[in-house]
Structure formats: C-alpha cells, structure tokens
Design a protein around this ligand. Structure first.
Ligand code: GRF
Length: 207
C-alpha cells in the first residue's frame, strides 16, 4: 500500500514508520512526504531515504481550489491509499477528507477526547495535562474528520503522569509510545483489519 505522510516538524514519527517498514514489521511504502514547512526535518528525512518530499503551502496558490487540487494530484499520481498525519499543523481541507474517507490517520499526544482540539499541540498539551492534575495521559491514534482531534479512535495507550514531570519529560515518554503504536495502527489499515461503525472503530478478527 502506498502511504503519504504529512508532517510540519522534526519527523520522529515519520522515522518510526520508516523503521517499522525497514524492519519488515509494516508491509507498506511511503511514496510521498508533504510539508507546509520548507524547513521541516521530516522533508530532510524523506529525501535522505529517497522518498519524494514536497513543500506545499496554501500561500503558494491563488485559491483554495488550486491548493487542494495540487495535493490531490500528487496523491493520485502515486496511487496513495492512506494518508498519515505526523505532527501536521494544518487543517486537512474537506475535499481531501471526502476523497479519502476513513483513510486519513492522526496521532495525538494525549488520551482524546481530553486535551485535544485547536491550540492543543506540542508542549501545550503536556502543560495542560500536568496543570489539570490527571495521573494518566497517553497517546491516541484516530481517523481524521472535519474537526480537530475528533474522528473515530483507532488505538490508545496510557502513560503515567509522575509528580515530578515537566511538560518536557512527559513529552519525551509520550513520544516513545507514539513511535511504538503509530506503526501498529497503520498496519491494521494496511492489512484491511479496520471497520468503522459510527464513532467506533472495530478491529476485525484474525480469522
Ligand atoms: C507528536 O507529538 C505528535 O503526537 C503530534 O506532533 C508531534 C510530532 O512529532 N501530533 P514528530 O514531528 O513526529 O517528531
């Protein structure tokens, strides 16, 4: 299966997915990496691994239509079947969501529906978690719909919040778990084991 990864930043989740592919744990190909940020580490990682890496930003186009068409053309020309957001800071236009129904995944560094939504990204999430006093946070992989951090949940893992955690120390432990579960969640899609029923994602039996 051809996958496209959209990323705005350093790209450690992209790296984790690439490693899973290299280690034979995930039978897929990353055919394209798109970033809205020309300096994204994710673009460098892609290029270093021989993957097409494109800087595509709304600012480069005179209309929303042209912008969306450019992205769709790049996806279609590579037969991309699954889009994986890995620290992508822009909203996915609804036309793209319609073209890829239940085929766009996102990873969020908390247990949704808590600590999600607009503005909840990066260290903001971990700061809010610590300030709230919760003892457990974690990682959520979900399907992307029209609202931020809202679509059906595919997989979650818990991470303990320690009394002496800072947003930085918590972010580091959560990120390790992200790297473990994102390739696992993607594998379920690649192997066709996912069924979406309303807000529920059902993982089909092996048999
Ligand atoms: C991760 O924490 C992810 O959960 C969030 O953005 C961060 C991206 O990190 N959506 P990286 O660019 O994959 O290193």
């Amino acid at each position: 299966m051809n996958i496209a990864v959209f990323a705005s930043g350093r790209g450690s989740n992209l790296m984790a997915i690439l490693n899973a592919i290299k280690e034979g744990k995930l039978n897929a190909k990353i055919s394209l990496v798109i970033s809205n940020n020309s300096n994204a580490g994710a673009l460098e990682i892609a290029r270093a691994n021989g993957i097409d890496a494109l800087h595509i930003s709304r600012k480069q186009f005179s209309s929303d239509e042209e912008y969306v068409q450019k992205i769709l053309n790049e996806l279609k020309s590579r037969n991309v079947e699954l889009i994986v957001l890995a620290g992508y800071m822009k909203k996915i236009p609804s036309e793209i969501i319609k073209e890829y129904p239940n085929k766009i995944l996102n990873i969020h560094p908390a247990l949704l529906p808590a600590f999600g939504g607009q503005g909840m990204y990066g260290l903001n999430v971990h700061k809010a978690v610590i300030e709230s006093g919760v003892k457990i946070t974690g990682v959520t992989v979900h399907i992307v719909d029209e609202e931020y951090d809202h679509g059906p949940i595919v997989m979650q893992r818990a991470v303990e919040v320690r009394d002496d955690d800072t947003p930085e120390t918590l972010a580091e432990r959560v990120l390790k778990v992200e790297h473990e579960i994102y390739p696992q969640a993607i594998k379920l899609f690649v192997e066709g084991k996912i069924k979406v029923s309303g807000r529920k994602v059902i993982i089909k039996d092996e048999n």
